[in-house]
Write a protein that binds this ligand. Structure first.
Ligand code: ZN
Length: 456
């Protein structure tokens, strides 16, 4: 494991050597998927592409994209034929698959992902790279408080943490605050893994129902994942405050490539892409479908190609996430590609020709946190997205109690700030604290951003 071009403290040490390592891996990977998967062979043939045409990384542009719908169809076919859950884009020997996990299925039928032992090793290596970035060491006790199901953040990530060298306490996401408190008081945890909404909910519950200050557990850092929020400064600050000043980190994966691919460091300068020698990242211009250069400020959809994944590798797999790229050496000393995810490509709304992303609205509203404005918002859709008529209604929850007069004035100020900064008309209404349910008790604890008020 490991590679000569990645240094644990400096990141990528030789970018041109990295290119040639990636090209060699990619040539091998494309040959393998072409020879072994009817799904990929048909796609390559239709595009007039043969593996031997892969002479430089930019030749990847000749290959078609893959997305969730194709994956779903491929799996439906192989399931109907009684062969495998994993689709005919599977490449390895099915007997080498040691784990099958599933997506949450919030956007349709769940899809299944298989991993071989070597696939898990790749993620564990990336986790090891993240450990010094978070000040973590071998043997640090981690309370893993994601729902312990086959959801990737659950059991699969708990296993990866263990392989990377942590001492894992799989408390899960369904234990109540009483059980959580007894465990935390007994195991001397250094780290907590959970979703942002769970971290907030649990801290409040411990205080309100048990009169326990979560700071008393001595948790030094919280690794957030599973939903957006871990990179938003206001969310991080709030959670850190609730947990006695714990450092907050965000970690995310790359679909069908690695459970984890990127983490923030303590400087919170964006997610550090730690998977460069295992996953090829492209940024896709949503308008033209062209692959954009990975330069500072470039924005588009993240697309993954897994260079080593054995089971069912991503080959130009569209993430649906909107990336904003950052370049340059970080204050932590690492030279890696950095990025932030600013919403889903599908979440984009069009208001009188202006592209509107929910994350951008959240960012503007977040700046009013010290004025008693909460971070919980709902965008009300009055017609089928993406096209919406202005003014766009946005409900925002208050974090403090304000007079009716002060509330009206603040709502007008917020509407004005969003409208001016994002260049579309927006109508903010402020609601009392607790009106919008922060902790959506669905199985994956995901926050809702849209409220649909049209006939579907
Ligand atoms: Zn850094």
């Amino acid at each position: 494991m490991g590679t000569p071009v990645y240094d644990m403290n400096k990141g990528i040490t030789d970018w041109s050597e990295l290119e040639s390592i990636k090209l060699k891996k990619l040539q091998k990977q494309l040959r393998r998927v072409y020879d072994q998967s009817p799904f990929h062979k048909a796609r390559f043939d239709a595009a007039g592409f043969r593996p031997e045409m892969m002479k430089s990384l930019s030749d990847l542009k000749h290959l078609p994209f893959m997305d969730k719908n194709q994956e779903r169809e491929s799996q439906a076919e192989s399931q109907a034929a009684g062969i495998t859950a994993l689709g005919d884009h599977i490449v390895c020997d099915p007997r080498d698959v040691v784990r099958i996990s599933s997506t949450s299925g919030t956007t349709g039928m769940p899809t299944f992902t298989g991993y071989t032992q070597a696939d898990s090793e790749v993620t564990a290596e990336i986790m090891r790279r993240a450990m010094p970035m978070m000040g973590a060491e071998r043997g640090d006790v981690v309370m893993h408080a994601f729902v312990m199901s086959m959801w990737i953040a659950g059991l699969p990530v708990a296993d990866i943490m263990q392989m990377a060298g942590f001492t894992v306490v799989p408390i899960g996401g369904m234990s109540g605050p009483g059980r959580f408190a007894i465990t935390a008081q007994s195991v001397f945890p250094k780290q907590l893994n959970c979703t942002p909404s769970y971290a907030t909910w649990m801290a409040n519950k411990l205080r309100e129902d048990f009169n326990i200050d979560p700071a008393s557990f001595g948790i030094k850092r919280i690794l957030l994942g599973g939903e957006p929020g871990g990179s938003i400064p206001e969310v991080r600050e709030k959670i850190s405050g609730l947990w006695g000043g714990a450092e907050i980190y965000d970690g995310i994966g790359a679909m069908h490539s690695s459970f984890f691919a990127s983490f923030t460091c303590r400087h919170n300068t964006g997610l550090h892409w730690l998977a460069d020698d295992y996953v090829h990242l492209e940024i896709l211009d949503p308008a033209t479908g062209a692959s954009l250069p990975l330069e500072d400020g470039v924005t588009g959809e993240g697309v993954y190609t897994a260079l080593e994944k054995e089971c069912a590798p991503a080959i130009r797999f569209r993430s649906g996430d909107r990336f904003v790229i950052k370049r340059g050496r970080c204050a932590c000393g690492r030279d890696t590609i950095r990025y932030s995810i600013e919403g889903r490509v599908d979440d984009m709304l069009l208001v009188r020709g202006v592209n509107v992303f929910p994350a951008a609205i959240q960012a503007v509203i977040g700046r009013f946190a010290d004025r008693g404005v909460g971070s919980n918002i709902r965008i009300v859709l009055t017609s089928k997205p993406p096209v919406q008529e202005p003014p766009l209604p946005v409900k925002v929850e208050l974090a403090a109690e304000l007079s009716a007069e002060a509330t009206a004035a603040l709502a007008a100020e917020l509407s004005d700030a969003v409208s001016k900064e994002l260049r579309f008309r927006c109508q903010v209404s402020l609601l009392p604290k607790g009106t919008l349910d922060a902790f959506q008790a669905d199985k994956n604890q995901k926050q809702q951003i849209f409220e649909r008020e049209y006939d579907q």
